[in-house]
Design a binder for this molecule. Structure first.
Ligand code: IMP
Ligand code: MG
Length: 187
């Protein structure tokens, strides 16, 4: 069982990878792009909980046309940093997405196992279109062929937290994306 040797919320962070200002301007940019692409299409934005909660909420507020939102919860990780390869749906969508334009909003793509599973699951429900927007991408770590349709930032192969991303369920409330001090992670 892994846990964090806490030294204080801010002090646990080794470095800031993406600042609040960088997040704000990137989300605005993605919102502009999506507003152009999906104008008049009444898309459904799907929030993949819990990690994309802040990104999702900021992004949909930058979408400048009618849209709907829905929520899905799945887990592919335990409390640690290694993907178990098993994706479990904890809460499915409420809406019927058949014939609709669907945009999956993810916090980070790592091995790609989660999104590979989710896109296959949702594609089987016959949406009109299905795309993925991820805030962060770690392409070096990919184990599946899947690529995001829209991506905020490419990040190095480091475990990152903040702006929704957690380590052992902590740090989701940090307003930036940062790297945890490695000595805090107990194996
Ligand atoms: P994948 O299935 O390996 O692509 O992992 C996707 C999920 O793992 C993400 O939605 C995150 O919840 C989690 N994850 C992957 N890398 C990180 C990280 O660096 N920090 C926090 N969570 C991560
Ligand atoms: Mg996630």
């Amino acid at each position: 069982m892994e846990k964090v040797k806490r030294t204080g919320l801010q002090n646990d962070i080794a470095k800031v990878l993406v600042s609040e200002e960088e997040l704000r301007s990137k989300v605005k940019e993605l919102g502009r792009v999506l507003s152009g692409e999906y104008r008049g299409k009444d898309p459904i934005f799907v929030c993949v909980m819990k990690g994309s909660v802040h990104f999702f909420s900021d992004l949909v507020r930058e979408f400048d046309d009618y849209c709907e939102v829905d929520f899905l919860s799945c887990s592919s990780y335990g409390d640690g940093t290694v993907n178990t390869g098993v994706v479990r749906i904890n809460k499915d969508l409420d809406m019927n997405i058949m014939g609709r334009h669907v945009i999956i909003v993810e916090d980070i793509m790592d091995s790609g196992v989660t999104l590979d599973h989710l896109t296959k699951l949702l594609a089987a429900r016959e949406p009109e279109s299905l795309k993925v927007v991820t805030l962060l991408d770690k392409p070096e770590r990919r184990r599946c062929a899947i690529q995001p349709d829209y991506c905020g930032f490419i990040v190095p192969d480091e475990f990152v937290v903040g702006y929704g991303l957690d380590y052992a369920q902590l740090y989701r409330n940090l307003p930036f994306v940062g790297v945890l001090k490695p000595e805090l992670v107990e194996k």
